[in-house]
Design a binder for this molecule. Structure first.
Ligand code: NAD
Length: 484
């Protein structure tokens, strides 16, 4: 797509329903990770732009947006969803260039964004308070109210899906949002803002300020006018956000990634499991918070699973995003350095198989070879740390007890899955696994707008997606009326 075909100005911020240049007049290069070329400049928003965005959001809450009924808000979200669907191909192309994800995957993300808008559009008028039996002469009920201004700091790996789940739920509950997209990938955030404007979202209800994490991101998380912060990204930055929010005593939702296991037992349907075992680790070149990077396999089927996964790895092609191969590049050369650093730490391990970077892949692209490690000790760095690249480790186990111990033996707890035909074992493990989501005989890396999602331990806290997110993006007021 030529930049002329964009329906928004990528160099500007979106504040109070209009496109404005950054106050400081500074810009950042946006790089295409498939070949290292510059796509365009983006605004380098700073504190002044965040101030203006928060001010616009506050004004929106006191105006048309704040007065809208849940039904009207829902209709706007549904319209946004329809407009997103109308532009799925264009959004996919933009995301593909910006993030480096193969076109088909980018297209799925655009469809998921529309789906979030449909889901939350329909849910807007279905969130109710309760009446509570209390003492004689009282009527007591609860009201669900918006927090006010919500700050959304999103990463580069799934911009559309993460905007959908976080901004979508916040708007549904009547909050006014300020969104700080990642500096590596912010085009679809800007595209979404213009679509929302076209759908009739009142001025100031959504504001987008691109910029660096340490500048615009830090300014947003520390802003005294922000009443809730939702963050998806690294553990280190999550801690900074929570610390900043604590100064203003505002709630935070942190989604910080994981080291999600799949447990394959001797009685599993291996053929059914195989695509999930591999794709859940390599989708989006492994840059998925809910990527399944640990594959735990019971001894009796270990060789069979390893060999079948290895065959899939050997068939894997990595190349420019627009060629729509199995994998694209990583987001950046910096991310490539991180992942190759991890691969170097695996020098002492056996490699079961690798994929292949196509010969014509540009030298300046951020490509890494997908790698499946064999028979990895559970305490090895590669079995403990989030790599955020197309790297999976196979870990053998003997008993259910041992599998559980290994599965729960990291600092994270985001997603887990259990492959077994044994119903009692399914139920036991679903309870015992330390994880925000457990899948049985399937695995949903990031999927399911209806399914509450979030972590335990270092994977973070708070829940997004589904109705649960709507509770998180609202605060509960109890009204106790004495009438005698
Ligand atoms: P990051 O945490 O640095 O960035 C995520 C978002 O936070 C971006 O919008 C960034 O601008 C912003 N940010 C950065 N510093 C900030 C600060 N001081 N205050 C406020 N906002 C700030 O993640 P990254 O550097 O893009 O990736 C590094 C690692 O993080 C990856 O290797 C991966 O392990 C992890 N990660 C996880 C997820 C996830 O979905 N859980 C997503 C992206 C990255």
């Amino acid at each position: 797509m030529s930049l002329d075909a964009l329906w928004f100005d990528p160099t500007k911020c979106f504040i109070n329903g209009t496109w404005v240049p950054p106050v400081d007049g500074q810009f950042l290069p946006l790089v295409d990770p498939s070949d290292g070329s510059e796509i365009c400049k983006i605004a380098r928003g700073t504190t002044a732009d965040i101030d203006a965005a928060v001010q616009a959001a506050q004004t929106a809450l006191g105006g048309e947006w704040g007065r809208m009924t849940a039904l009207e808000r829902g209709r706007i979200l549904t319209r946004i969803g329809q407009l997103v669907l109308d532009r799925v191909d264009a959004l996919a192309e933009i995301e593909s260039r910006d993030v480096g994800k193969p076109l088909t995957q980018a297209r799925n993300d655009a469809i998921a964004l529309a789906r979030y808008m449909e889901f939350y559009g329909g849910a807007a008028d279905k969130i109710h308070g309760e009446t509570i039996p209390y003492m004689e002469g009282y009527t007591v009920y609860t009201l669900r109210e918006p927090h006010g201004v919500t700050g959304h700091i999103v990463p580069w790996n799934y911009p559309m899906q993460i905007i959908g789940r976080s901004v979508g739920a916040a708007l549904t509950m009547g909050n006014a949002a300020v969104l700080k997209p990642a500096e590596e990938a912010c085009l679809t955030a800007l595209a979404f803002a213009e679509i929302a404007r076209e759908a009739g979202l009142p001025d100031g209800a959504l504001n987008v300020v691109p910029g660096l994490g340490g500048e615009a991101g830090a300014a947003l998380s520390a802003h005294a006018g922000v009443h809730h912060i939702s963050f998806t990204g690294s553990v280190g930055v999550g801690k900074l956000i929570q610390t900043a929010a604590a100064q203003n005593v505002v709630p935070v939702t942190l989604e910080l990634g994981g080291k999600s296991p799949q447990l394959v037992f001797d009685d599993a349907d291996i053929d059914a499991a195989l695509p999930f075992l591999v794709n859940a680790g390599c989708q989006n070149a492994g840059q998925t918070c809910s990527a399944s990077s640990r594959i735990l396999v019971q001894r009796g089927v270990y060789d069979q699973v390893r060999d079948a996964m290895a065959e899939r790895y050997r068939a894997m092609k990595v190349g420019p995003a627009m060629e729509d191969l199995n994998l694209g590049p990583l987001i950046s050369m910096r991310q490539k350095e991180i992942v190759t650093g991890f691969l170097a730490k695996g020098r002492d391990l056996k490699v079961a198989a690798t994929g292949e970077i196509v010969a014509h892949a540009p030298a300046n692209g951020a490509y890494v070879v997908p790698t499946l490690f064999d028979d990895v000790p559970p305490d090895h760095t590669l079995a403990q740390d989030e790599i955020f690249g197309p790297v999976q480790v196979l870990i053998p186990f003997e008993t259910e007890e041992q599998a559980l111990q290994i599965a729960n033996g990291t600092e994270f707890g985001l997603v887990a899955s259990v492959w077994t035909q044994n119903g009692a074992r399914q139920m036991r493990l679903a309870k015992a696994l330390k994880s925000g989501q457990v899948f049985i005989n399937n695995y949903g890396a990031g999927g399911g707008v209806e399914l509450p999602f979030g972590g335990t331990g270092k994977s973070g806290h708070g829940r997004e997606k589904g109705f649960e997110a709507l509770y998180g993006f609202s605060s509960l007021k109890t009204v106790a009326a004495f009438h005698g």
